[in-house]
Design a protein around this ligand. Structure first.
Ligand code: DLL
Length: 473
């Protein structure tokens, strides 16, 4: 095992609507430790020096080994041999999802197939998936990043971790799996679905940490309740969540149902999978594994870099990948970055929870709306269950939106007046946040579909050519 040092620190105020519960979860043995302290606490000047060296190498490596980059650089008259400082990245062309599509399946690989040990793929909404390949060194780097991030979130070698991401082409399960094994934790590769069995295993095996999408974590909480299992019979203390957005309100719901301390992980298949960034126990942003992933925030109006703290599109350059290096990848995720030192001692940049994607913004009667704004309202109302669907249509040039929410308690159905009061209250709360009226529909308890992976909350009824966002990505 590669622990360089172990640290036990008292965790400060976490971003959390349920501080008492989270604190109890921490008291159940959560420690904050470093997996690779030298790198994780490296002074920023040294880190930036390392990044510059790696940036120079990866730019030349891409130019010499991937036709796409040779063409892009030549067209943009960008000379990879002349990079002198990190800010020279501003002149480097971007890479997009379309580049992956155009080079399907393997044309963006920088090594011959015999060097590829693993393939993963992400499902797109239409057509072919995005394919990613890994060399042995890539797989080692990936599990190192994951081990760092789960250790930062409080996982230890004493944890019994149930991985409820779907195993298969999706990067989530195997990414967490190998990282947690590298840390020394006990892994239960239970995959997603068959939730009653998941709960049985959780109880019988004494699972202490759960890996899942936030929406599946909620579903697991619901089934624990349905099975009449007392929270004390489940030993969960830590949630390692990610792969989809989770508002603070939804996180609070998960924590109060599962009695654990929930942490967030960010990543995407094209870049590696999970392992790009993740929260430490301070929960004040997700730390990048910045020696491997160089982040920028781009103003989409003019494609220039934003200042620290400003919100824009996250763009990432992989600094160490061999099989599939990716330069200035446009993630479409909207977030901001801070370089402020974190109380945990890590020196890496941190990203805020993404507020949405540049391609999932809805324009309703001229007002820009992100689904996460709606989620924050719904999750904060006890009368409604934490499940919802957004049905988007189009009238003329504007989108219209129906918000379908599920009643928490069937007894509300007995009174029309109560239902109307509730609908009015939801409408009012949504209007306060969004600034416009929306159509709110109340549906019976347990009628909105539960998923074991990423929730599909948007039903897009707009004519095909008008749909400007994709739901899955
Ligand atoms: O979801 C990788 C992953 C697996 C990350 C497990 C974390 C944990 P993709 O399927 O390619 O990869 O989806 C990537 O999911 O661009 C975001 O829009 C979204 N996403 C991922 N993590 C988060 C997060 C994996 N923590 C896309 N918060 C990304 C919000 C997230 N959105």
């Amino acid at each position: 095992m590669k622990f360089k040092e172990k640290y036990v620190i008292i965790v400060g105020q976490a971003e959390n609507a349920c501080p008492a519960l989270a604190y109890n979860a921490l008291q159940k043995g959560m420690k904050d430790m470093f997996f690779d302290k030298d790198i994780e606490t490296m002074p920023r000047k040294e880190l930036e020096k390392l990044q510059l060296e790696k940036l120079k190498k990866v730019a030349v490596y891409c130019y010499e080994n991937v036709k796409l980059y040779k063409d892009k650089f030549d067209n943009a008259k960008f000379d990879p041999y002349k990079i002198k400082e990190l800010s020279d990245i501003n002149y480097m062309p971007f890479t997009t999802k379309a580049d992956f599509r155009d080079n399907y399946p393997f044309n963006m690989f920088a090594v011959p197939m015999k060097k590829i040990l693993r393939l993963h793929a992400s499902s797109g909404t239409t057509g072919k998936p995005t394919v990613v390949g890994y060399t042995k060194n890539d797989l080692d780097m990936w599990s190192d990043c994951m081990a760092r991030l789960v250790a930062a979130a409080g996982a230890t070698e004493d944890d019994i971790v149930q991985i409820c991401f779907g195993y298969g082409l999706f990067t989530g399960a195997l990414g967490l799996h190998y990282g947690l094994e590298k840390l020394g934790a006990t892994v239960i590769p239970s995959s997603s679905g068959n939730t009653e069995k998941q709960v049985m295993l959780m109880k019988d095996f004494g699972t202490t940490a759960l890996v899942a999408t936030p929406s599946y974590a909620l579903r697991i909480g619901e089934v624990i309740e349905e099975m009449g299992i007392a929270p004390e019979d489940i030993k969960l203390r830590l949630g390692l969540f990610g792969s989809e957005g989770c508002t603070p309100e939804m996180r609070a719901q998960i924590e109060s149902r599962l009695h654990l301390f929930a942490t967030d992980n960010y990543g995407m298949s094209e870049l590696i999978g999970p392992g790009v960034s993740g929260e430490c126990t301070e929960r004040c942003g997700m730390h990048f594994c910045e020696d491997h992933f160089l982040p920028e925030i781009i103003n989409t109006a003019n494609d220039t870099q934003c200042k620290e703290g400003e919100s824009g599109e996250l763009v990432i350059t992989t600094l160490s990948k061999e099989a599939l290096p990716v330069l200035r990848y446009r993630t479409h995720d909207i977030t901001s970055i801070t370089y402020e030192p974190c109380k945990c001692g890590r020196t890496s940049a941190r990203m805020a929870k993404p507020t949405g994607r540049t391609d999932d913004m809805l324009k309703i009667r001229g007002v820009n709306i992100f689904p996460s704004q709606i989620e924050s309202v719904i999750m904060a109302m006890p009368e409604i269950a934490p499940y919802y669907e957004l049905v988007v249509g189009r009238t003329g040039t504007s989108d219209n939106l129906e918000v379908r929410v599920e009643l928490a308690d069937a007894s509300l159905l007995d009174s029309y007046a109560n239902l109307e009061n509730l609908r009015g209250k939801i409408n009012h709360n949504l209007k306060t946040i969004l600034g416009i009226d929306t159509k709110v529909s109340l549906v019976e308890p347990k009628t909105i579909v539960r998923t074991a992976g990423k929730a599909k909350r948007i039903i897009d009824n707009r004519p095909k050519e008008a749909a400007v966002f994709s739901v899955e990505k």
